[in-house]
Design a protein around this ligand. Structure first.
Ligand SMILES: [Zn+2]
Length: 288
């Protein structure tokens, strides 16, 4: 009886692929691409992952938000209820490990598909928010960009006692409430132009990531020694294209995710394990 090589490796390292991952990251010039799986330990559910089928409604699309005033109104009502949970979320051990690896000089920039600001809260620098951030709004009429916190204070004043509280909040900040409750919500206008409508400064499903932002990310990738994907199943092309480009350029790709990803066939290193366990151990091995 002879153990399969993968079983031997797994026994020696604890987690299959971790030795190869540590070797790649120790070479430096790593570009991180992170997804929802990195934030699940912070209490922000991964709605594309294993629990995605528990969702009771589909995510807001750009087409609905733009064209359907009632759909937009309901989005803001759900988002109002869900915002305190998003605002209260704190970085987890995975975010902290990424920030430590960066301080140790091993990581260049971070591209994140997450809209929760938790990389920055953990101390990471040079973070490109590929899909924007929930901590600010943009006015679709005048283009004014404003903070989400003051908007929440205005909404709270306009909606005393609005509820009930949600038991589930999605990464785009919306929460579950019946339509008749949502329709009773009072939305406020843009403070800059008095009109609006306001949109969270995030890229909705069906919306295109701004071209200059994509170009910035491709530039970061071209300067990188390797691409490290953390907590993304790479379902969406907006993230997957960086894996495809890395493969074209001959830049090694490492994937850390719980479960399979669309990029598995393109990966040089693959670690299938919880990020909250892998990333602190990775940082430790790299002396970060
Ligand atoms: Zn405005």
């Amino acid at each position: 009886m002879t153990a399969a090589p993968s079983a031997v490796e797994s026994t020696q390292t604890g987690v299959a692929g971790l030795d190869d991952l540590a070797g790649l990251v120790a070479d430096g010039d790593v570009l991180v691409l992170s997804g929802a799986g990195l934030s699940t330990d912070s209490g922000i559910p991964d709605y594309r992952g294993a629990t995605g089928s528990l969702r009771r409604h589909t995510p807001m699309t750009w087409q609905t938000f733009r064209r359907d005033p009632r759909g937009r109104h309901r989005y803001w009502a759900r988002s109002y209820v869900g915002w305190p949970q998003i605002a209260a979320a704190r970085p987890n051990a995975g975010h902290s490990a990424v920030a430590r690896l960066q301080r140790a000089g091993l990581l260049g920039g971070v591209i994140t598909q997450n809209v929760d600001g938790l990389h920055q809260a953990a101390g990471a620098r040079d973070v490109v928010e590929l899909h924007g951030g929930l901590d600010r709004t943009v006015c679709l009429a005048c283009g004014d960009v404003a903070g989400r916190a003051p908007l929440h204070r205005r909404l709270r004043a306009a909606n005393p006692g609005f509820g009930p509280h949600a038991d589930e909040v999605n990464p785009d900040g919306d929460a579950e409430l019946p339509d008749d409750v949502l329709d009773g919500f009072v939305m406020v206008d843009c403070t800059a132009c008095g009109a609006g409508p306001l949109k969270p400064d995030v890229v909705f499903f069906g919306e295109t990531v701004p071209r200059d932002r994509v170009d910035t990310c491709f530039g970061m990738l071209e300067d990188a020694g390797s691409l490290l994907v953390l907590g993304s199943s790479l379902t969406v092309m907006s993230g997957y294209r960086f894996v495809l480009r890395a493969a074209e350029l001959g830049i090694p790709v490492a994937l850390v995710n719980l479960g399979p990803t669309r990029g598995d066939a393109k990966a040089d290193v693959r670690v299938d394990a919880p990020l909250g366990a892998v990333l602190p151990e990775l940082a430790r091995r790299c002396g970060a």
